[in-house]
Design a protein around this ligand. Structure first.
Ligand code: ARG
Length: 252
């Protein structure tokens, strides 16, 4: 009898302990800050790239500042660019931030925050190569990053046969260096950074730009609350000069 009592007592104690240690059900009740999951693609300097093994760049810092305003912790996942929008749409990530251009097609899949930067599609060419002006592109093989607006323009304007896609922007540039493609259609800031990173390769950027675009943060369509909070945070970061100072740190 004594033994049974002891067993019962310890069972009750265990239950009481479990009840005390029970995790709160909603993030608002926790003392741990909630996590803002961000999908990105890390071969896009100065927006996202690796420096000493660390993912850095304008998007990483702006997202960090937004997360801070929202009382959240930023967590980044580096994936293929063409997986970012589908991943946000599927709810795998809260946001996609990767120099993502706002487009009608993408607006069918996700919502976008207000725009925080402008991108210009430009053409990287190689000294002595087949493409020396936009007119030469019709007979050329154009390198692009898979799933980007660069790919969409190149294949739309010149046909799929004229386009080679790469998972990483850096691989597209390597392909230009070794003659697999005749030019690379890419956003201006990464294009400049990648040309600068290859000083002896005879690479340059055509003066005539291809097109101008707006970058924004992709957010799941159902998460309109997060969208509103992000826009409010962005507006504050614009008003107090934080956004500009982050951009100035990376783009001279
Ligand atoms: N702005 C272009 C687009 O949205 C290219 C973005 C590529 N970004 C990246 N992190 N690789 O399609």
């Amino acid at each position: 009898m004594k033994k049974l009592f002891a067993v019962l007592l310890s069972a009750m104690l265990l239950l009481a302990m479990a009840a005390c240690g029970e995790q709160p059900q909603t993030p608002d009740d926790t003392h741990e800050p909630a996590v803002l999951h961000m999908a990105t693609e890390g071969t896009f300097p100065p927006y996202e790239y690796y420096d000493n093994g660390q993912l850095v760049g304008i998007d990483i810092e702006v997202a960090g500042a937004i997360a801070e305003k929202l009382g959240m912790t930023l967590e980044t996942t580096d994936i293929a660019f063409d997986s970012i929008i589908p991943g946000v749409q599927a709810g795998k990530y809260d946001i996609g931030m990767a120099g993502v251009t706002v487009s009608e097609d993408r607006l069918q899949q996700v919502n976008f925050s207000d725009s925080y930067a402008t991108g210009v599609q430009v053409v990287i060419v190689k000294e002595g190569g087949k493409v020396q002006s936009l007119d030469d592109m019709a007979d050329a093989i154009i390198g692009t990053q898979s799933g980007t607006t660069g790919f969409i323009y190149a294949s739309g304007d010149f046909g799929d046969d004229h386009v080679k896609s790469f998972t990483k922007t850096t691989d597209a540039v390597e392909a230009l260096k070794n003659g697999q493609v005749d030019c690379v259609l890419l956003d201006n800031a990464p294009a400049e950074a990648l040309v600068d990173a290859n000083p002896d390769a005879g690479l340059s950027i055509l003066e005539t730009a291809y097109t101008v675009e707006d970058y924004a943060i992709a957010i799941n369509k159902e998460n309109t609350d997060l969208q509103a909070k992000i826009n409010a945070a962005l507006a504050e970061l614009v008003a107090d000069g934080t956004l500009q100072s982050i951009i100035d740190k990376y783009i001279k």
